[in-house]
Design a protein around this ligand. Structure first.
Ligand SMILES: Cc1cc2nc3c(=O)[nH]c(=O)nc-3n(C[C@H](O)[C@H](O)[C@H](O)COP(=O)(O)OP(=O)(O)OC[C@H]3O[C@@H](n4cnc5c(N)ncnc54)[C@H](O)[C@@H]3O)c2cc1C
Ligand SMILES: NC(=O)c1ccc[n+]([C@@H]2O[C@H](COP(=O)([O-])OP(=O)(O)OC[C@H]3O[C@@H](n4cnc5c(N)ncnc54)[C@H](O)[C@@H]3O)[C@@H](O)[C@H]2O)c1
Length: 458
């Protein structure tokens, strides 16, 4: 028997619950299908548990450094099962919150199981057959485990595995020096592990401006994290008590690093390989990404893709914003586009990096005539008072118009302070208007007007 709905949503990532809520409020009958944990990656294996882990690690670090602030404490002892239990409890609370939210939506049916498209406007979940004129894909992504030489000879951990560890690794080797690799690197170093990050690119976080990447490297190195960049030719193998990573080719000249555990943090692939896309004539790219247009429509009428699986952002807030774009266009008569979004994100090491818009290199590549300004955290009063002076803030502005193109704030509260610039860019304020703001002292954001006053060509 075919079960008929007004809409079907596959996956309960960050876009699905609010989309279901709005469709429900419109009186629609909606099927929401989840094969694993309601709430998806962010809630269960991403943002929520990792930031809880980062919080435990920060407490350990503060305790360790207490003496520098005139506070005497005993050296901290890490109870890793308690750290993990805490992050899992926070994730579980978040998950049950999303479940309760979905349960309370009139006309919404949550179906547990693996969904597959079965031609346009039809879906199967086990033996059940569902149909709807509108189908929304919010299936997210999972860690890539590439076929590195020797991979099958060692135990490889993914970001999800790291969040279930009940012990601190003796020496954690992390392949991949981007968001996931660096957040785990610092957290586990602070919890007592020796940590080595191995990155193929010439720099950590290769998409950032070089001075930002360099400052991040300095912050991590100062905590005793070993960093090896330019490791182009990695192979894996067992070693007594753990794993070895061979870094270079040719093998006879290779440098080897041995450790107790290995985390692969080399990107994610969208969950689209087993979604029945072939039944609607769609072929995802090598990373599993389904192509969409500015309105998140796939090439198939009545089929949209939201969140990580559409390749237009790989963050919780971009997935949530995808639902806002859809709701505005489908239900509110608007014409909102993905390209209207000003991209922002954070890297939640400590101190954190807050980013918005273009880097200097990207602004140049896009042909802008630019002005820039930057200031080290060592010259920001609040950072000095807190004894956290590593990092910098930097802004990129279009010469002539004064349009703010992008910014990076790496320092205490950088993930929050950057929102002053996100708000200014969203509201279309230019650099000159911000120069006359009267910010609160002593904050990191109070330096934004000063930065705007010191813009210069580069
Ligand atoms: C370790 C880690 C840390 C992160 N930290 C941050 C952060 O600090 N800030 C940030 O903005 N982002 C962060 N992210 C990224 C963020 O988690 C994702 O961008 C976000 O969850 C959006 O995902 P989504 O909405 O596309 O889907 P997801 O959250 O991935 O959810 C997709 C859901 O679909 C289900 N599903 C898949 N296929 C099917 C199917 N065929 N049938 C039924 N169900 C299916 C899956 O089980 C899953 O529950 C982090 C990610 C990781 C891995
Ligand atoms: N703070 C946040 O918002 C946050 C935190 C964690 C994850 N995320 C999301 O998760 C996604 C995945 O993060 P990620 O860090 O796994 O991936 P990523 O794609 O950002 O980075 C992967 C890194 O691994 C390196 N790499 C790839 N293959 C390699 C190899 N064979 N040897 C050595 N290095 C190699 C790449 O050069 C790159 O630096 C991100 O796109 C991000 O959106 C976000």
């Amino acid at each position: 028997m075919m079960e008929r709905f007004d809409a079907i949503i596959i996956g309960t990532g960050q876009a699905a619950p609010p989309l279901a809520a709005r469709l429900s409020a419109e009186g629609q009958r909606v099927a929401v299908i989840e094969r694993k944990l309601v709430g998806g990656t962010c809630v269960n294996a991403g943002c929520t548990p990792t930031k809880a882990l980062v919080a435990s690690a920060r407490v350990a670090e503060v305790a360790r450094r207490a003496g520098a602030y005139g506070v005497r404490t005993a050296p901290p002892e890490i109870d890793m099962p308690a750290v993990t239990a805490r992050l899992q409890a926070i994730a579980a609370r978040s998950r049950t919150g999303v479940e309760a939210w979905l349960d309370g939506m009139a006309g919404v049916t949550l179906i547990r199981g693996h969904a597959r498209l079965d031609g346009p406007r039809q879906v199967t979940v086990g033996a059940r057959r569902l149909a709807a004129p509108r189908i929304f894909l919010n299936v997210g992504a999972r860690p890539v485990v590439p076929d590195l030489p020797g991979r099958d000879t060692v135990r490889v951990l993914t970001s999800t595995d790291m969040l279930a560890l009940d012990r601190v690794p003796g020496h954690l080797l992390i392949v991949g020096g981007s968001y996931i690799g660096l957040e785990f690197a610092q957290a586990f170093r602070r919890l007592g592990a020796e940590v080595t990050v191995i990155e193929r690119g010439a720099e950590l976080l290769g998409r950032e401006d070089p001075e930002v990447s360099a400052a991040i490297r300095e912050i991590l190195a100062a905590e005793g994290i070993a960093i090896r960049t330019g490791a182009e030719c990695i192979s894996l193998g067992p070693a007594p008590g753990g794993v070895r990573v061979r870094l270079d080719c040719p093998a006879d000249a290779a440098q080897e690093i041995t450790g107790s555990d290995l985390l692969l943090a080399v990107g994610r692939v969208a969950n689209t390989d087993d979604l029945g896309l072939e039944t609607v004539g769609l072929t995802p790219d090598a990373r599993g990404i389904i192509a969409v247009n500015e309105r998140l429509e796939t090439g198939v009428p009545g089929l949209w893709a939201l969140g990580d699986c559409n390749g237009r952002g790989a963050f919780t807030h971009t997935s949530w914003n995808d639902h806002e774009i859809l709701v505005a266009n489908l239900l509110d008569g608007a014409d909102r586009k993905v390209s209207d979004r000003i991209p922002g994100y954070g890297l939640f090491i400590d101190p954190p990096l807050g980013r918005v818009g273009l880097t200097e290199a990207a602004a140049r590549a896009a042909g802008h005539d630019i002005l820039t300004a930057s200031r080290p955290m060592s010259r920001v009063g609040r950072a000095v008072e807190q004894g956290e002076t590593m990092g910098l803030m930097k802004v990129v502005v279009e010469a002539g118009s004064g349009r703010i193109l992008g910014a990076a704030i790496l320092g205490p509260g950088g993930d929050e302070a950057v929102h002053a610039l996100i708000a200014a860019m969203t509201g279309g304020l230019d650099a000159r208007s911000l120069q006359w703001a009267v910010p609160v002292h002593p904050t990191v954001a109070e330096l934004i007007p000063t930065l705007m006053g010191s813009l210069a060509p580069v």
